[in-house]
Design a protein around this ligand. Structure first.
Ligand SMILES: Cc1ncc(COP(=O)(O)O)c(C=O)c1O
Length: 396
């Protein structure tokens, strides 16, 4: 069934509608640079030139060299390329992940475990933040690899990436950051981060699905997951020139938006107003860090735990369906996690943060994008209150 045409899209952390400029850049690349960039004829050279220009544009905006930017199919592949690809260049040892990673990171860690690595999870506090003292204690041999997600998709937590990276550098431990939810919402300068590998994806910032990048610091060796001559022998497969063009256009748009607001995401003020309005309602609690707290929070992100009128947590999935019937597209957590969480819909992320199972199934996520306006959000608190109270939707 198609969603109602009037549905307000508030699920940017799941994916974002491609911007018009992105679609135009992709159509142009499909028309003018459709050939295989490895071909030596004129068509191939045109595609190679277009790919190289877009790679350089992406690299310049992310603060890395073109040779440090590996084109991949998205965040999940980038994470696997970084973690599973570290096996070989690094001897099996201990790999540390936070307890609130994306499922792709746990899948990659499980692949490492099958190859003899010891996987250990770093506990988080009630806000979802990794404890630096715990980390420091574990940054001793045989720890060889650390992977932490910068912006948590379900509860919005920003991890102290610079501090974690500094500790990893001191210990001589390779550090991968999952920056999928962060790129496009704050400036990212790889050249200034104490990070060896950084994953991102185009579709969270209004680019196309099916393309992303792994930034690989010079000198960091990886075992390719897919053999072939492309990407300097680091990732086989004919490069998706038009998708890369769309990714470059999306990042340019996002960067311009940030630059016009002094490097900050203008969505933060829209989010803050909505959060203030929602906080006037009963039965709602923010999960994850306060937007103005010391830990920091994704600027376009609100996550709530919702209690019914009788004070008991309401299943987040039920609320998502109720809000969809009222014209609002939201999520009960991370889209991927809710797909894998089973019928209970209990969030492993909220459990790791110390919530009980009933609370951990009552999560609701509202994530904003540049297409949203204050008018889009004006009716949401009332709709949520009705949904919470089980008020039936008026027919027609
Ligand atoms: C934090 C995080 N990491 C990784 C991914 C996976 O990215 P992709 O969908 O491009 O494979 C997602 C997508 O939901 C995400 O939110």
């Amino acid at each position: 069934m198609l969603p109602p045409p009037s549905e307000v899209y508030l699920d940017a952390c799941a994916t974002a509608p491609p911007a018009v400029e992105v679609l135009e850049a992709m159509a142009r690349a499909h028309r003018e640079a459709w050939a295989n960039p490895s071909s030596l004829h004129g068509h191939g050279l045109a595609a190679a030139e277009r790919l190289e220009r877009d790679r350089q544009a992406l690299a310049a905006r992310l603060g890395c060299g073109g040779d440090e930017l590996l084109i991949v199919s998205g965040g999940s592949e980038a994470i696997h390329a970084a973690l599973v690809g570290s096996d070989g260049p690094l001897e099996p040892g201990r790999v540390l992940l936070s307890a609130v990673e994306h499922p792709a990171s746990y899948a990659a860690a499980a692949a490492l475990a099958r190859r003899g690595w010891d996987v250990q999870l770093l506990p988080v506090d009630r806000r979802g933040v990794v404890d630096l003292e715990d980390l420091q204690r574990l940054l001793t041999p045989p720890t060889r690899l650390v992977s932490v997600l910068w912006g948590q998709s379900e509860v919005g937590t920003l991890q102290p990436i610079e501090a974690i990276g500094a500790l990893c550098r001191q210990a001589g431990v390779r550090f991968h950051v999952d920056a999928v939810q962060v790129v496009g919402h704050r400036p990212v300068d790889f050249s200034r981060l104490p990070v060896d590998l950084l994953s991102c994806t185009a579709h969270k910032l209004q680019g196309p699905r099916g393309v992303g990048a792994l930034l690989v610091r010079r000198g960091v060796r990886l075992q390719p997951l897919i053999g072939g001559a492309q990407e300097g022998g680091r990732r086989g497969g004919t490069e998706p020139v038009a998708l890369v063009a769309g990714f470059a256009a999306a990042l340019e748009l996002a960067d311009r938006r940030l630059a016009a607001h002094g490097g900050g995401d203008p969505l933060a003020s829209l989010r803050d107003q909505l959060l203030a309005d929602l906080r006037r309602l009963e039965g709602l609690r923010l999960s994850g860090p306060e937007p103005d707290g010391p830990a920091g929070r994704l600027p376009h992100h609100i996550s709530l735990l919702v209690d019914g009128p009788e004070g008991r947590p309401i299943g987040g999935r039920r609320l998502v369906r109720e809000l969809a019937r009222r014209g609002y597209a939201v999520s009960s957590g991370s889209a991927c996690a809710s797909a894998g969480a089973g019928t209970a819909g209990t969030s492993a992320v909220l459990l790791a943060m110390g919530y009980d199972p009933a609370e951990a199934s009552s999560g609701l996520r509202i994530s904003l994008g540049p297409w949203n306006s204050p008018d889009d959000l004006a009716g949401l608190p009332a709709a949520l209150e009705q949904a919470r109270r089980g008020v039936a939707v008026a027919p027609g």
